[in-house]
Unconditional design. Structure first.
Length: 334
């Protein structure tokens, strides 16, 4: 028998093999993607529990670190405390870290130290961060004096002053909802005078913020100042003053509300995106203020307001504004 008859036909064998096909997408998913998802899930769970464990870090250790001579350790501690305070307020937990006097003193001391450190970019960022963090403390007597000093001192950087003023607004807003905090806030020496001083600033931003704050402190002195601000040269200051007076159930902002509502209906010139956003906020707050004062307007004023608001409810391009306008109309008609 010859060799050719004993050897297999290689061509026949190749033809008997199944055809080679590229792997399907389903196969690739099963082979690679699904195991990857499982691994990512395991890592995610590990990370989550690691963060939860880190969240249990003793605040006392962080307060101690705030007094460290090492700047990096101080700022790691400040970041950790700020996160704990945010979580404390957000979850209404029983730990009450925001009421803790040791944490308050440590953060205020560091803030005052940074205020005295100059106006380099890194220092300003630290000043801003600490000013913002102080708003998470439910300790008006401790934190309002340094925040007022920072907001009212023109020698400080504008961003530092801005962060301090905004924190004053946050604290005032929270205090208006919690009687104990309100009592403590009003017990701060010269606190109302300091808030009024903010509305005398040459920078309209601080006058706007000051007007918002005064609306949360219903006293004759704040109402008197807000009525003066109704004639301010800045339209946002005027709007904030009118809305602030509405919070105190005072209708003196009628001329400002009239201007906001009629200018919205008659606006034809194009605006920048930033200006559009500001105007939307002013209009939204105006509609709410007008509705909140529904029982205070005269019959003639009520009819006029309905006339101005109805086109906004019918055809404003923003659905949320149309909804706010409908709510205001309902309040006025009721």
């Amino acid at each position: 028998m010859s060799d050719e008859t004993s050897e297999p036909n290689s061509q026949d064998e190749l033809e008997e093999l199944p055809p080679v096909e590229p792997p399907s997408a389903k196969f690739i998913v099963q082979l690679f993607v699904i195991p990857a998802i499982i691994v990512i899930g395991i890592v995610g769970v590990y990370t989550l529990f690691g963060r939860l464990a880190a969240g249990e870090q003793d605040w006392r250790e962080l307060v101690t670190e705030l007094r460290s001579a090492n700047e990096h350790r101080r700022w790691r501690a400040a970041l950790g405390l700020a996160q704990m305070l945010r979580n404390d307020l957000a979850t209404d937990s029983d730990s009450e870290l925001s009421n803790n006097p040791e944490i308050g003193k440590a953060l205020v001391d560091l803030f005052e130290e940074q205020l005295a450190a100059g106006k380099t970019d890194p220092v300003i960022k630290q000043q801003v961060y600490l000013a913002t963090t102080l708003a998470y403390l439910n300790q008006p007597r401790r934190v309002i004096p340094p925040l007022q000093q920072a907001a009212l001192t023109e020698d400080y950087d504008r961003e530092t002053r801005k962060a301090a003023a905004q924190s004053l607004a946050v604290l005032s807003g929270r205090s208006s909802e919690v009687p104990e905090l309100r009592t403590e806030l009003l017990a701060v020496p010269d606190v109302v005078e300091g808030m009024i001083d903010l509305t005398h600033d040459e920078d309209a931003l601080f006058r706007q913020t000051g007007a918002f704050i005064l609306g949360l402190i219903p006293e004759k002195s704040t109402r008197d100042r807000l009525e003066v601000l109704l004639n301010d040269g800045d339209s946002e200051v005027r709007a904030n003053a009118a809305i602030a007076l509405a919070r105190q159930q005072v209708t003196a902002g009628w001329p400002v509300f009239r201007d906001v509502l009629t200018q919205t209906a008659n606006k034809t010139e194009p605006e920048s995106v930033e200006r559009q956003q500001v105007n939307l906020v002013v209009l939204k707050n105006t509609l709410k203020a007008v509705g909140d004062l529904a029982g205070k307007w005269s019959d003639a004023e009520t009819e006029q307001l309905i006339e101005w608001i109805q086109p906004i409810a019918d055809s404003h391009p923003e659905s949320r504004i149309r909804t706010d306008a409908d709510l205001a109309l309902q309040a006025l008609r009721d």
